[in-house]
Design a binder for this molecule. Structure first.
Ligand SMILES: Cc1cc2nc3c(=O)[nH]c(=O)nc-3n(C[C@H](O)[C@H](O)[C@H](O)COP(=O)(O)O)c2cc1C
Length: 386
């Protein structure tokens, strides 16, 4: 029997280039882990691998990069996911994993179109798994992908932002407000069964800052939830290069703390340690510097709705990049574990219209105040034939 060919996609993590020690930061840059950001679109000539080499740069929760692609031909493939890359504690129904797969599908489609191919994406070709909240994903595929050559297909201008987009977790510039016109471009991305909301000031902005800060604090204070993140942390260049996925703690500042023995997986889990305190302060500061928020809601919470939310998030993130803004999802309040229940309720009271509506994504917005090289939580991923 002919061996099936899988395209496995391995991951990497992001890098924080903290202020100071730029030359040190440069030498500590995980070059191999960043490679896929440089080679996207240029390593392959066949349309399927070419489009996939961009799709693997999609945002995804905790940078788990759960995608697995089975290549059928240069024009046909099946997308599924790696069950070992789920986040059972903070994402118990894999809702966020599916959103990340939606981001992947959107970037795949944008990349294909930019190269003259229309992507025909059929979701859940063997049926939609876990339609009810509380049902897990199963091993049925996420999507069937077919590429069709189409003359005169116009590239979406957002595609040009693919390599510039990153999640920026640093504090934003609180002296720069976000113009209402920029937010209108985001809300225009709504579609049937999917709404996009925004705010750039007033009580709602203040309330969302506080709520996202408090929800994140609650994650820090919930050992099993925080441990899930700690287990996925790659501390310093060597760890990032060895396991280029998960949450990268790199760059001059954090690498120095690591070398000094202050930043370790054990110290992060110890609520009396300075590593824990520094982490909490950084997270508080980030939330309170939000100069706007964008959120995506869907009618119902089907797997298809989650994919649609991911596709919309991908487009919003590219639009935000095009407009010179930065963004960071602040997902804790949307998560379905018991410690988050009060935040989950409040956020739905505030942002959802009606009982059946579900807030799928919430992200803070702002201008970067970083000096020197742009801060990159620069993930990269690799295509691997196996
Ligand atoms: C569904 C979803 C939820 C996410 N939630 C968070 C979050 O709560 N906090 C955060 O800092 N990043 C969050 N992210 C961003 C990912 O961590 C980020 O996309 C990933 O690390 C890859 O980095 P990049 O976006 O810079 O390419 C989320 C992304 C997705 C798709």
């Amino acid at each position: 029997m002919k061996r099936r060919k899988f395209l496995k996609i391995a991951g990497t993590g992001g890098v924080i280039l903290a202020a100071g020690g730029i030359s040190f930061a440069m030498t500590r840059t995980p070059m191999a882990a960043l490679e896929p950001w440089k080679t996207a679109g240029s390593l392959y000539t066949d349309p399927m691998r070419q489009a996939l080499s961009y799709a693997i740069l999609a945002p995804n929760p905790h940078n788990r990069q759960p995608w697995v692609v089975e290549l059928k031909s240069d024009r046909e493939a099946v997308l599924s996911y790696d069950p070992n890359r789920l986040l059972p504690t903070t994402d118990p129904f894999s809702r966020q994993i599916v959103i990340g797969l939606g981001c992947f599908l959107e970037l795949f489609s944008l990349a294909a179109a930019a190269h003259g191919f229309r992507a025909e994406v059929q979701y859940f070709p063997q049926g939609e798994p876990g339609q009810m909240l509380g049902q897990a994903l199963d091993q049925r595929p996420i999507a069937h992908l077919l590429l069709a050559k189409e003359a005169g297909l116009a590239a979406n201008p957002l595609f040009a932002q693919t390599l510039n987009r990153h999640t920026n977790r640093n504090p934003y510039d609180t002296s720069r407000t976000i113009a209402g016109g920029l937010l209108q471009r985001l809300t225009a991305g709504a579609g049937p069964g999917l709404e996009i909301g925004t705010v750039n000031g007033g009580k709602r902005l203040a309330d969302l800052r506080t709520l996202t800060r408090d929800a994140m604090r609650t994650e820090f204070e919930t050992p099993e939830a925080f441990q899930e993140s700690i287990d996925l942390m790659r501390i310093g260049r060597t760890e990032i290069e060895a396991n280029p996925d998960g949450i990268s703690l790199g760059g001059a500042f954090l690498e120095t703390l690591s070398l000094a023995g202050i930043l370790t997986r054990e110290s992060l889990a110890d609520t009396s340690s300075s590593a824990y305190r520094i982490g909490l302060e950084m997270s508080d500061e980030a939330a309170m510097s939000a100069m706007g928020f964008v959120w995506i809601t869907t009618v119902g919470n089907s797997r298809t709705a989650q994919i649609a939310a991911g596709r919309a998030y991908m487009r919003a993130a590219l639009q935000i990049t095009a407009d010179g803004l930065n963004m960071q999802p602040m997902s804790q309040a949307l998560q379905e574990y018991s410690a988050m229940a009060p935040y989950h309720k409040t956020i739905h009271d505030w942002l959802a219209n009606g009982a059946g509506e579900r807030v799928q994504m919430l992200a803070r917005l702002g201008y970067s105040k970083d000096v020197g090289p742009a801060p990159r939580w620069a993930l990269a991923t690799r295509l691997k034939d196996s």
